[in-house]
Write a protein that binds this ligand. Structure first.
Ligand SMILES: [Zn+2]
Length: 119
């Protein structure tokens, strides 16, 4: 998803806007951390959703926002549309790159791994 990351000014704070509909009512859902040494084949994936935590050593894949190093993905649902999106933070050389990724609609949330448990 190439939509820009946009905010509304809220008197000092910034309100994150939905990349799909532009609405300002986004809710945190799943938070995923990808801890990877540079170009390593495996990484430590930590997924937190509510009180459920999953920590697994997995093979690196495109789920990791960073092509070569660490990444973080924060999933949001939107009150104004069915989009489920992830705000991605990707380590790229000395910089941190931010972008959006569409992860599906409310009707079909795609788990990152087969071991993910929904409750
Ligand atoms: Zn929306």
């Amino acid at each position: 998803m190439t939509n820009p990351i946009r905010f509304n000014d809220a008197g000092g704070d910034h309100v994150l806007l939905c990349p799909s509909c532009g609405g300002d009512c986004l809710h945190h859902e799943r938070v995923s951390s990808y801890d990877r040494a540079e170009d390593a084949d495996a990484l430590l994936q930590t997924v937190v959703r509510g009180q459920h935590v999953s920590i697994q050593l997995i093979r690196n894949s495109v789920q990791n926002p960073s092509a070569r190093r660490d990444g973080v993905a924060i999933e949001f649902s939107c009150e104004g549309c069915p989009a489920h999106v992830e705000l991605l933070l990707a380590q790229h050389k000395g910089s941190t790159r931010c972008s959006w990724r569409l992860v599906g609609s409310e009707a079909k949330i795609t788990p990152i791994t087969g071991r993910y448990e929904h409750h």
